[in-house]
Design a binder for this molecule. Structure first.
Ligand SMILES: [Zn+2]
Length: 286
Protein backbone atom coordinates (compact mmCIF):
# COMPACT_ATOMS: atom_id res chain seq x y z
CA UNK A 1 0.00 0.00 0.00
CA UNK A 2 1.07 3.57 -0.56
CA UNK A 3 0.44 5.44 2.69
CA UNK A 4 3.17 8.08 2.86
CA UNK A 5 1.90 11.44 4.02
CA UNK A 6 -1.50 10.08 4.97
CA UNK A 7 -3.40 11.52 7.91
CA UNK A 8 -3.18 9.63 11.22
CA UNK A 9 -6.36 9.08 13.20
CA UNK A 10 -6.58 10.72 16.60
CA UNK A 11 -9.03 8.04 17.75
CA UNK A 12 -6.29 5.55 18.63
CA UNK A 13 -5.43 4.93 22.26
CA UNK A 14 -2.13 3.25 23.08
CA UNK A 15 -2.67 0.92 26.03
CA UNK A 16 0.40 -1.23 25.53
CA UNK A 17 2.40 -1.95 28.61
CA UNK A 18 -0.66 -1.73 30.83
CA UNK A 19 -0.87 -5.21 32.18
CA UNK A 20 -4.25 -6.49 33.20
CA UNK A 21 -4.02 -8.54 36.38
CA UNK A 22 -6.80 -10.92 37.26
CA UNK A 23 -8.95 -10.21 40.30
CA UNK A 24 -12.44 -11.17 41.42
CA UNK A 25 -15.28 -10.33 39.05
CA UNK A 26 -18.22 -11.77 37.17
CA UNK A 27 -19.30 -12.51 33.66
CA UNK A 28 -21.65 -9.69 32.74
CA UNK A 29 -23.97 -9.44 29.80
CA UNK A 30 -21.20 -7.61 27.97
CA UNK A 31 -19.12 -10.74 28.29
CA UNK A 32 -21.69 -12.72 26.42
CA UNK A 33 -21.80 -10.13 23.68
CA UNK A 34 -18.04 -10.12 23.33
CA UNK A 35 -17.99 -13.90 23.14
CA UNK A 36 -20.35 -13.58 20.19
CA UNK A 37 -18.50 -10.92 18.29
CA UNK A 38 -14.88 -11.68 19.13
CA UNK A 39 -13.03 -14.10 16.90
CA UNK A 40 -11.97 -12.44 13.73
CA UNK A 41 -9.69 -15.38 13.16
CA UNK A 42 -12.01 -18.07 14.34
CA UNK A 43 -10.87 -17.61 17.91
CA UNK A 44 -12.51 -19.78 20.50
CA UNK A 45 -15.23 -17.87 22.37
CA UNK A 46 -15.04 -20.25 25.33
CA UNK A 47 -11.48 -19.08 25.95
CA UNK A 48 -12.66 -15.52 26.00
CA UNK A 49 -15.49 -16.36 28.33
CA UNK A 50 -13.05 -17.90 30.77
CA UNK A 51 -10.93 -14.80 30.64
CA UNK A 52 -13.97 -12.62 31.11
CA UNK A 53 -14.86 -14.26 34.36
CA UNK A 54 -12.09 -12.38 36.03
CA UNK A 55 -12.02 -8.70 36.82
CA UNK A 56 -8.80 -6.77 36.63
CA UNK A 57 -6.46 -4.21 38.02
CA UNK A 58 -3.98 -2.34 35.90
CA UNK A 59 -0.28 -1.83 36.33
CA UNK A 60 1.79 0.22 33.91
CA UNK A 61 5.00 -1.24 32.57
CA UNK A 62 7.53 1.04 30.85
CA UNK A 63 8.55 -0.19 27.42
CA UNK A 64 10.80 0.63 24.51
CA UNK A 65 9.17 -0.19 21.21
CA UNK A 66 10.96 -1.70 18.23
CA UNK A 67 11.06 0.10 14.92
CA UNK A 68 8.62 -2.50 13.56
CA UNK A 69 6.12 -1.69 16.28
CA UNK A 70 6.52 2.06 15.80
CA UNK A 71 5.77 1.59 12.11
CA UNK A 72 2.82 -0.73 12.79
CA UNK A 73 1.34 1.85 15.15
CA UNK A 74 1.57 4.56 12.47
CA UNK A 75 0.11 2.09 9.98
CA UNK A 76 -2.92 1.43 12.23
CA UNK A 77 -3.53 5.16 12.68
CA UNK A 78 -3.38 5.78 8.93
CA UNK A 79 -5.67 2.89 8.05
CA UNK A 80 -8.16 3.92 10.72
CA UNK A 81 -8.07 7.50 9.38
CA UNK A 82 -8.80 6.10 5.91
CA UNK A 83 -11.85 4.26 7.23
CA UNK A 84 -13.02 7.47 8.92
CA UNK A 85 -12.79 9.43 5.65
CA UNK A 86 -14.39 6.74 3.51
CA UNK A 87 -17.25 5.88 5.86
CA UNK A 88 -18.00 9.55 6.58
CA UNK A 89 -18.58 9.99 2.87
CA UNK A 90 -20.53 6.78 2.44
CA UNK A 91 -22.81 7.63 5.36
CA UNK A 92 -23.30 11.12 3.96
CA UNK A 93 -24.51 9.53 0.70
CA UNK A 94 -27.07 7.61 2.80
CA UNK A 95 -28.14 10.82 4.53
CA UNK A 96 -26.55 9.72 7.80
CA UNK A 97 -23.68 10.88 9.97
CA UNK A 98 -20.82 8.51 10.68
CA UNK A 99 -19.50 8.50 14.24
CA UNK A 100 -16.08 6.86 14.02
CA UNK A 101 -15.04 4.12 16.45
CA UNK A 102 -12.12 4.28 18.83
CA UNK A 103 -9.22 1.89 18.52
CA UNK A 104 -7.25 0.57 21.46
CA UNK A 105 -3.83 -0.94 20.82
CA UNK A 106 -2.99 -3.26 23.68
CA UNK A 107 -0.44 -5.91 24.57
CA UNK A 108 -1.22 -9.26 26.19
CA UNK A 109 -4.57 -8.42 27.81
CA UNK A 110 -7.10 -5.63 27.88
CA UNK A 111 -10.15 -4.55 29.80
CA UNK A 112 -12.83 -3.58 27.27
CA UNK A 113 -16.39 -2.36 27.60
CA UNK A 114 -17.34 -5.98 26.87
CA UNK A 115 -15.11 -7.45 29.59
CA UNK A 116 -11.52 -8.62 29.74
CA UNK A 117 -9.82 -10.28 26.80
CA UNK A 118 -6.34 -11.47 25.95
CA UNK A 119 -4.39 -11.38 22.71
CA UNK A 120 -5.30 -15.02 22.17
CA UNK A 121 -8.81 -14.02 21.16
CA UNK A 122 -7.53 -11.91 18.26
CA UNK A 123 -8.67 -8.44 17.26
CA UNK A 124 -12.27 -7.69 18.14
CA UNK A 125 -14.90 -4.98 18.08
CA UNK A 126 -16.86 -4.22 21.23
CA UNK A 127 -20.21 -2.60 20.50
CA UNK A 128 -20.71 -1.54 24.14
CA UNK A 129 -17.87 1.00 23.94
CA UNK A 130 -17.71 1.21 20.11
CA UNK A 131 -14.05 0.33 20.10
CA UNK A 132 -11.79 -1.89 18.02
CA UNK A 133 -9.20 -3.74 20.14
CA UNK A 134 -5.97 -4.92 18.59
CA UNK A 135 -2.63 -6.34 19.72
CA UNK A 136 0.10 -5.59 17.16
CA UNK A 137 1.52 -9.07 17.78
CA UNK A 138 -1.49 -10.38 15.90
CA UNK A 139 -0.07 -9.13 12.60
CA UNK A 140 3.15 -11.00 13.27
CA UNK A 141 1.23 -14.19 14.08
CA UNK A 142 -0.79 -13.88 10.86
CA UNK A 143 2.47 -14.17 9.00
CA UNK A 144 3.88 -16.95 11.14
CA UNK A 145 0.81 -19.09 11.66
CA UNK A 146 -1.20 -18.79 8.46
CA UNK A 147 1.24 -17.25 6.01
CA UNK A 148 -0.99 -14.21 5.54
CA UNK A 149 1.43 -11.35 5.24
CA UNK A 150 1.49 -7.91 3.67
CA UNK A 151 0.27 -4.48 4.64
CA UNK A 152 -3.00 -4.80 2.80
CA UNK A 153 -3.75 -8.09 4.58
CA UNK A 154 -3.24 -6.20 7.85
CA UNK A 155 -5.43 -3.34 6.63
CA UNK A 156 -8.15 -5.89 5.85
CA UNK A 157 -8.10 -7.01 9.50
CA UNK A 158 -8.62 -3.43 10.71
CA UNK A 159 -11.22 -2.66 8.04
CA UNK A 160 -13.12 -5.85 8.95
CA UNK A 161 -13.39 -4.80 12.60
CA UNK A 162 -14.42 -1.30 11.53
CA UNK A 163 -16.98 -3.09 9.34
CA UNK A 164 -18.59 -4.35 12.55
CA UNK A 165 -18.74 -0.76 13.76
CA UNK A 166 -20.43 0.26 10.51
CA UNK A 167 -22.97 -2.53 11.15
CA UNK A 168 -23.44 -1.16 14.64
CA UNK A 169 -24.02 2.37 13.36
CA UNK A 170 -26.54 1.09 10.83
CA UNK A 171 -28.45 -0.84 13.50
CA UNK A 172 -27.64 -4.19 11.89
CA UNK A 173 -25.39 -5.46 14.68
CA UNK A 174 -27.84 -4.78 17.51
CA UNK A 175 -30.64 -6.52 15.65
CA UNK A 176 -28.48 -9.53 14.85
CA UNK A 177 -27.26 -9.84 18.44
CA UNK A 178 -30.85 -9.74 19.65
CA UNK A 179 -31.79 -12.56 17.29
CA UNK A 180 -28.74 -14.55 18.29
CA UNK A 181 -29.62 -14.13 21.96
CA UNK A 182 -33.13 -15.40 21.25
CA UNK A 183 -31.82 -18.52 19.54
CA UNK A 184 -29.21 -19.05 22.24
CA UNK A 185 -25.44 -19.24 21.88
CA UNK A 186 -23.86 -21.94 19.67
CA UNK A 187 -27.16 -22.94 18.08
CA UNK A 188 -27.20 -23.58 14.36
CA UNK A 189 -29.42 -20.52 13.90
CA UNK A 190 -27.22 -18.12 15.83
CA UNK A 191 -24.09 -19.46 14.10
CA UNK A 192 -25.73 -18.71 10.75
CA UNK A 193 -26.48 -15.14 11.81
CA UNK A 194 -22.88 -14.82 12.93
CA UNK A 195 -21.69 -15.97 9.49
CA UNK A 196 -23.94 -13.37 7.83
CA UNK A 197 -22.47 -10.66 10.07
CA UNK A 198 -18.90 -11.71 9.43
CA UNK A 199 -19.32 -11.94 5.65
CA UNK A 200 -20.85 -8.47 5.63
CA UNK A 201 -17.91 -7.14 7.67
CA UNK A 202 -15.62 -8.65 5.01
CA UNK A 203 -17.70 -6.99 2.31
CA UNK A 204 -17.48 -3.63 4.12
CA UNK A 205 -13.70 -4.07 4.35
CA UNK A 206 -13.68 -4.42 0.58
CA UNK A 207 -15.92 -1.37 0.12
CA UNK A 208 -13.51 0.60 2.28
CA UNK A 209 -10.49 -0.49 0.23
CA UNK A 210 -12.18 0.34 -3.07
CA UNK A 211 -13.06 3.84 -1.89
CA UNK A 212 -9.80 4.46 -0.04
CA UNK A 213 -7.98 3.68 -3.27
CA UNK A 214 -10.28 5.99 -5.21
CA UNK A 215 -9.76 8.85 -2.73
CA UNK A 216 -6.06 8.37 -2.01
CA UNK A 217 -4.59 5.98 -4.58
CA UNK A 218 -3.54 3.63 -1.81
CA UNK A 219 -3.45 0.25 -3.56
CA UNK A 220 -0.39 -1.20 -5.25
CA UNK A 221 0.13 -4.29 -7.40
CA UNK A 222 -0.25 -7.41 -5.31
CA UNK A 223 -2.29 -5.77 -2.56
CA UNK A 224 -5.60 -7.33 -3.51
CA UNK A 225 -3.96 -10.75 -3.75
CA UNK A 226 -2.59 -10.27 -0.21
CA UNK A 227 -6.03 -9.64 1.24
CA UNK A 228 -7.68 -12.42 -0.74
CA UNK A 229 -4.95 -14.79 0.40
CA UNK A 230 -5.65 -13.78 4.00
CA UNK A 231 -9.40 -14.23 3.53
CA UNK A 232 -8.88 -17.69 2.06
CA UNK A 233 -6.88 -18.73 5.13
CA UNK A 234 -9.28 -17.60 7.80
CA UNK A 235 -12.37 -19.42 6.60
CA UNK A 236 -13.90 -21.73 9.20
CA UNK A 237 -13.39 -24.75 6.94
CA UNK A 238 -9.72 -23.98 6.38
CA UNK A 239 -8.99 -23.30 10.05
CA UNK A 240 -10.87 -26.38 11.26
CA UNK A 241 -9.11 -28.57 8.74
CA UNK A 242 -5.77 -27.22 9.93
CA UNK A 243 -6.67 -27.71 13.59
CA UNK A 244 -8.71 -30.92 13.58
CA UNK A 245 -8.21 -32.46 10.15
CA UNK A 246 -11.93 -32.19 9.38
CA UNK A 247 -14.71 -29.61 9.18
CA UNK A 248 -17.83 -29.18 11.29
CA UNK A 249 -20.08 -26.97 9.14
CA UNK A 250 -22.76 -26.60 11.86
CA UNK A 251 -20.20 -24.81 14.04
CA UNK A 252 -19.08 -22.35 11.36
CA UNK A 253 -19.49 -18.79 12.60
CA UNK A 254 -17.34 -16.78 10.19
CA UNK A 255 -18.00 -18.41 6.85
CA UNK A 256 -15.88 -20.63 4.64
CA UNK A 257 -12.75 -19.44 2.88
CA UNK A 258 -14.67 -19.34 -0.39
CA UNK A 259 -17.46 -17.24 1.15
CA UNK A 260 -15.09 -14.83 2.86
CA UNK A 261 -13.08 -14.33 -0.32
CA UNK A 262 -16.25 -13.88 -2.35
CA UNK A 263 -17.72 -11.14 -0.14
CA UNK A 264 -14.43 -9.33 0.31
CA UNK A 265 -13.96 -9.41 -3.46
CA UNK A 266 -17.49 -8.16 -4.07
CA UNK A 267 -16.80 -5.15 -1.85
CA UNK A 268 -13.41 -4.61 -3.43
CA UNK A 269 -14.71 -4.60 -6.98
CA UNK A 270 -18.03 -2.77 -6.55
CA UNK A 271 -17.26 -0.35 -3.70
CA UNK A 272 -21.02 -0.18 -3.39
CA UNK A 273 -22.53 -0.45 0.11
CA UNK A 274 -25.97 -1.28 -1.28
CA UNK A 275 -24.69 -4.61 -2.65
CA UNK A 276 -23.72 -5.92 0.78
CA UNK A 277 -26.93 -7.54 1.96
CA UNK A 278 -25.78 -10.83 3.47
CA UNK A 279 -29.03 -11.31 5.39
CA UNK A 280 -31.62 -11.73 2.59
CA UNK A 281 -30.05 -14.49 0.49
CA UNK A 282 -30.71 -18.11 1.44
CA UNK A 283 -27.92 -19.34 3.71
CA UNK A 284 -26.79 -21.86 1.09
CA UNK A 285 -26.39 -19.09 -1.47
CA UNK A 286 -24.04 -16.86 0.55
ZN1 LIG B 1 -15.66 -10.20 12.60
Amino acid sequence: MKLEGRRESTNVEDRRGKKTVAAAGGLGIGGIIIALIVMFMGGDPSQVTEQLQQGNTTEVVEQDYSQVDVELMTFCKRILAGTEDVWAREFQKMGRTYEPPKMVIFSDAVNSGCGNATSASGPFYCSADETVYLDLEFFKSMKKQIGADGDFAYAYVIAHEVGHHVQNQLGILGQAHQQMANYGPNTKESNEISVRLELQADFFAGVWAYNDNKMFGSLEDGDIEEALNAASKIGDDYLQKQAYGRTMPETFNHGTSAQRSRWLKKGLYTGDVSQGDTFSPAYSNL
